[in-house]
Design a protein around this ligand. Structure first.
Ligand SMILES: Nc1ncnc2c1ncn2[C@@H]1O[C@H](COP(=O)(O)OP(=O)(O)OP(=O)(O)O)[C@@H](O)[C@H]1O
Ligand SMILES: [Mg+2]
Length: 500
C-alpha cells in the first residue's frame, strides 16, 4: 500500500477511535449522572412522604397509619412529573393507594435490605400501567419506615418513568453523532493535508537519493530543524557532502596516478633515448673513434641514472608498504654529516657554493645510519642544486633527548605552494630544469618524507622565493623513537609545516 494511503488510514482510524471512545465515555457519564439526580430527587420525595403523611399508632399491635388525603394531594401535585407513590406493609401488600395485594412485589432480597434500614434503588417495568402509556421502564426508590426499636413497619416506594432520562440521553446521543460526523469530516481533511505534506517531503528525499545514485552529489535538501524528517534530510546533506569530498579525492588520486605513470615513463625515456641514440650512432659507425670513450661514459652515466631511479622508486615503495626495516642505533651525527659534506663538496664548488658546518664535536642521534645519511644527502644535494654562488649552512644541537639538525641555503627558495608539493613523488617546481643542472627525477624529497616518518622525526621548512630555504629536522631520542612502530604514518603526524 502506498505510504500516502497508509498514513491517511492511520490518521482516520486514530480520529474515529478517539471520538468513539470519548463519545461512549461521555454518554456513560451522562447516564449515571441522570440516574443519580433522579434517585436523589425520589429519595427527597420519599423522605417527605415518610415525615409528613405517616405515623405509628401505638397499641397492643403497633400499626402504621397514613394520611391518605395528604398523600393523594401530594401525588396529584407530583403527577406532572410522572411520580408514583406506594406504601407497602408486606412485600406484596399495599396500604396506599389501596389496601390490597400489590401487583409489583418487592423481592425478598430487597425486603431483607429494607429490614436492615437500607434504602433500595431498583428498575422495574410498569406492567401495572400506572402511567398512561404502559410497558415503560420505571426507576424506583424503596425507603424503609422503622419504629423506634428499628422494626420495619412500612416501605415507601416512589417511582418515576425513565423516558425523561432516555429522551435526554437520546438528544445527547444525537448531538454526539453530529459532532462525530463533523469531526470525522474535519479530521479527514486535516489528515489528508498532513499526509500530503509528509509524503511530499519524503518524495523530495527520495528524489534527491535517486539523483545521488545517478552520481549527482550537488543535490541539497532544504531543512528547517523541525522534526525527524528534517534530521534525516540534514544527515542526507552531510552524506552527500562527504560523498562529494570522497569523489573529489578519488578523482585527485586518479589524476595523481596518471601523472605518476606519465612522469615515471618520462623520467625513464630521457636516459633510454640518450643510450639508444648513442648505440645507434656506434652501430652505424657514425661516431668518430675519438668520441667513443666519451659516448661510453655518457651511456654509463645514463644507465647509472636509470638504476638510481629504479632503486629510489623501489626504496620509496618499500618504505610506504612497511617493508623497509630500520636498524636504529645511537651514533655520532657530526661525523656522518661531515662525510656527506665532503661527498657534496665537489658538486658545490662547481656552482660556486660553500658549505659552513656548525656542529658540536660529538652530536648523538638515534637513527638508522644509512637512512640518516640518505636524508642529509638528499636535502644537502637539493641545497646545492638550487643555490648559485651561495652558502649552505649545516648546524645541529641536542634538544633534551632529541637531536635537531638544520640545513639552510641561500638559494632560489620556494613559494608556499611549492613547499607543500615538494614532498610529492616526481614533483619539480621547474620541470624544464633551467635553474639547476643536478635535479633529476623529483623523487628525492618524497623518499626523505617517508624516511622521516619511519624515524618518527619532525621536519619544518622555512623558505621564500629568492631568499633561500631552511630545513629543520628533529630526530626523537631512543625512548620515544622506539615506542612507535616502524610503519610509515599516513595520518600526517610527521607532516611537515612551515617553521614558526
Ligand atoms: N633547497 C631547495 N631550494 C629550492 N627548491 C627546492 C629545494 N629543495 C627542493 N626543492 C624543490 O622541490 C622539488 C623536489 O625536490 P626533489 O629532491 O624531490 O626532486 P629533485 O631534486 O628535482 O630530483 P631528485 O632529488 O629526485 O634527483 C625540486 O624540484 C625543487 O623544485
Ligand atoms: Mg633532489
Amino acid at each position: 500500500m502506498k505510504m500516502f494511503y497508509q498514513q491517511f488510514l492511520a490518521f482516520f482510524l486514530m480520529i474515529t477511535i478517539t471520538l468513539l471512545t470519548l463519545g461512549m465515555t461521555f454518554l456513560g457519564l451522562s447516564r449515571s449522572m441522570f440516574y443519580q439526580n433522579t434517585w436523589d430527587r425520589l429519595q427527597d420525595y420519599a423522605y417527605a412522604v415518610k415525615t409528613q403523611t405517616m405515623d405509628i399508632r401505638q397499641g397492643k399491635d403497633s400499626k402504621v397509619v397514613v394520611d391518605k388525603k395528604k398523600l393523594v394531594i401530594t401525588e396529584q401535585m407530583l403527577s406532572g412529573r410522572h411520580i408514583k407513590i406506594s406504601i407497602y406493609t408486606e412485600p406484596d401488600k399495599l396500604i396506599f393507594p389501596d389496601s390490597k395485594k400489590a401487583t409489583t412485589k418487592i423481592s425478598s432480597q430487597c425486603w431483607s435490605k429494607l429490614k436492615r434500614g437500607q434504602s433500595v434503588r431498583a428498575k422495574t417495568s410498569d406492567s401495572k400501567g400506572f402511567f398512561k402509556d404502559s410497558n415503560r421502564q420505571l426507576t424506583n426508590i424503596y425507603e424503609p419506615y422503622l419504629d423506634i426499636k428499628g422494626n420495619l413497619m412500612a416501605v415507601v416506594s416512589v417511582g418515576t418513568v425513565m423516558n425523561g432520562i432516555e429522551e435526554n440521553l437520546g438528544e445527547i446521543k444525537q448531538n454526539l453523532l453530529y459532532a462525530f460526523f463533523t469531526a470525522v469530516v474535519l479530521g479527514t481533511i486535516v489528515s489528508f493535508v498532513l499526509t500530503h505534506y509528509f509524503t511530499n517531503r519524503i518524495t523530495k528525499i527520495q528524489r534527491a537519493t535517486r539523483q545521488v545514485a545517478n552520481g549527482d552529489f550537488d543535490v541539497k535538501i532544504d531543512t528547517y530543524h523541525h522534526d525527524e524528517l528534517d534530521d534525516l534530510a540534514e544527515d542526507f546533506n552531510l552524506m552527500t557532502q562527504s560523498l562529494k569530498e570522497s569523489q573529489v579525492e578519488i578523482e585527485r588520486q586518479e589524476q595523481r596516478r596518471h601523472e605518476l605513470m606519465a612522469n615515471a615513463a618520462h623520467e625513464m625515456r630521457t636516459p633510454l633515448t640518450t643510450i639508444n641514440g648513442l648505440l645507434e650512432g656506434m652501430a652505424y659507425g657514425a661516431l668518430p673513434e675519438e668520441d667513443q670513450e666519451q659516448c661510453i661514459n655518457l651511456m654509463r652515466k645514463e644507465t647509472t641514472r636509470l638504476i638510481r631511479l629504479v632503486n629510489e622508486n623501489l626504496d620509496y615503495e618499500k618504505s610506504r608498504s612497511g617493508e623497509l626495516v630500520l636498524a636504529k642505533t645511537n651514533f655520532d651525527a657530526t661525523s656522518a654529516i661531515k662525510d656527506v659534506v665532503s661527498q657534496l663538496h665537489k658538486m658545490a664548488e662547481d656552482v660556486g657554493d660553500r658549505f659552513i658546518v656548525k656542529l658540536p664535536p660529538l652530536l648523538n642521534v638515534y637513527a638508522d645510519k644509512d637512512r640518516f645519511i640518505q636524508i642529509i644527502t638528499n636535502i644537502g644535494k637539493n641545497a646545492v642544486q638550487f643555490t648559485r654562488d651561495g652558502t649552505i649552512t649545516i648546524s645541529g644541537e641536542k634538544h633534551g633527548n632529541d637531536t635537531m639538525i638544520s640545513i639552510a641555503d641561500t638559494g632560489i627558495g620556494m613559494t608556499d605552494e611549492e613547499i607543500s608539493n615538494m614532498w610529492e613523488r616526481y614533483y619539480k617546481a621547474d620541470p624544464s630544469r633551467k635553474v639547476a643542472k643536478y635535479g633529476e627525477s623529483g623523487i628525492g624529497m618524497a623518499i626523505v618524507h617517508q624516511l622521516l616518518q619511519l624515524h618518527h622525526a619532525k621536519v619544518c621548512v622555512d623558505s621564500a622565493p629568492g631568499k633561500g630555504t631552511t630545513f629543520t629536522l628533529l630526530f626523537p631520542g631512543e625512548a620515544i623513537a622506539s615506542d612507535g612502530s616502524d610503519q610509515p604514518q599516513d595520518d600526517g603526524s610527521v607532516v611537515v609545516d612551515r617553521c614558526d
